[in-house]
Ligand binder design. Structure first.
Ligand SMILES: [Mg+2]
Length: 195
């Protein structure tokens, strides 16, 4: 079965950002929970206050974000192969639009946290597959973190491609690790689109 859809993460995957999540979670006081789930369960006044703190850090990171090398080449390659490309991010719609506009990128479908579907749940990925009417075997997930892996697995996607300089961190997971998008592109070309 051919590959028909690539589902990308945004931060750390399409753009390079410098979030210090450990520090942000400590400052917000999540007690080890994922930030969005933690915020969701707070009473409204506290939720709003802490949400503003999260947005403050996101705004700073968005201003400093850089496009990851090889993004445009890889997306163009996938478009040439008639592969759908989707973006699934826990970031906000506002920041996502700023980044896509700044770097001149577009996707066939974009899911941000306003959807109420967040990684590490598989639901945002499931949503994309339902939208395009693809089964998990026809899709691949590209990300840079444990959340991407957990979400892909829960959605039943087994082609999980992780961008990381240090492959050993992910050695216990059923994923393929690549140091660059150029390496990933070469792998995808060889495995799924041999001429
Ligand atoms: Mg990421």
């Amino acid at each position: 079965m051919g590959l028909k859809c690539f589902i990308f993460d945004l931060d750390g995957t399409i753009v390079e950002t410098d979030y210090d999540w450990a520090r942000i979670k400590e400052e917000i006081g999540t007690g080890g929970q994922p930030i969005l789930s933690y915020l969701q369960q707070l009473p409204p006044p506290e939720r709003q206050k802490k949400y503003q703190l999260l947005e403050h850090y996101e705004k700073k990171a968005t201003e400093r974000a850089r496009l990851r090398k090889g993004v445009k080449d890889f997306l163009n390659f996938l478009r040439q192969k008639k592969v759908k490309i989707a973006l699934v991010t826990n970031n906000s719609r506002g920041n996502t639009e700023i980044l896509l506009r700044r770097f001149g990128l577009s996707f066939d479908q974009i899911i941000t946290r306003e959807s109420g579907l967040w990684k590490p749940s598989g639901r945002p990925i499931q949503w994309v597959m339902n939208y395009f009417q693809f089964c998990p075997e026809e899709c691949a997930v590209v990300g840079d973190s444990l959340f991407d892996i957990l979400a892909a697995k829960e959605a039943g996607v087994e082609k999980i491609f992780i961008l990381a300089e240090e492959a050993s961190y992910f050695s216990t997971f059923p994923v393929k690790v690549f140091a660059s998008l150029a390496e990933l592109q070469e792998f995808v070309r060889r495995e799924y689109f041999p001429d």
